[in-house]
Design a protein around this ligand. Structure first.
Ligand code: FEO
Length: 171
């Protein structure tokens, strides 16, 4: 049975994951409006991944006999100064999410909730990848931002990102 505190904290994280998905969709619309379809695609893939994170938490709450409570999702930002600023915002957002995941892990350890801490380890590892992939694009964008042909090449490269439906995803 899921501890009430942990249940409430995970419900908060479900909201944060859906917000992340919403934020990345907002970034996708910005890139579409800038005629950078590859970057828009990258953001939509990112948004899909965030949705799967929300579902992973949702399934865990159900499996542990808890109740998922959905709450209002904050409106995302809609404007950025340039493509680099968008990816810097991704990197900052992912660092924030890492902090949230670490907070959940701290709570699981405090409650001696071994099932939750084992479950959360997946997210701890995932955040290493999330922060690293955002940092990679920020680095590439810094090189390309003042050169339109390099920016278009990067756009083409980011268009190749593929969303892989996770094997664990059941909805
Ligand atoms: Fe669900 Fe990008 O962390």
């Amino acid at each position: 049975m899921l501890n009430e505190k942990m249940e409430a904290a995970i419900n908060g994280q479900i909201n944060a994951e859906i917000y992340s998905s919403y934020l990345y969709m907002s970034m996708a619309t910005w890139f579409d409006a800038q005629s950078l379809p590859g970057m828009a695609h990258w953001m939509r893939v990112q948004a899909q991944e965030e949705w799967t994170h929300a579902i992973k938490f949702y399934n865990f709450v159900n499996e542990r006999g808890g109740r998922v409570i959905l709450s209002a999702i904050e409106g995302p930002e809609t404007e950025w100064d340039n493509p680099l600023a968008v990816f810097q915002a991704v990197a900052e957002h992912e660092a924030k999410v890492t902090g949230l995941i670490n907070g959940l892990m701290d709570l699981a350890l405090e409650l001696k909730d071994h099932a939750s801490s084992s479950f959360l380890q997946w997210f701890v590892d995932e955040q290493v990848e999330e922060e690293s992939s955002a940092a990679d694009v920020v680095g590439q964008m810094k090189l390309a931002q003042d050169n339109p042909s390099a920016l278009l090449m990067l756009d083409k490269e980011l268009a190749a990102r593929v969303f892989n439906m996770p094997v664990w995803l059941t909805i």
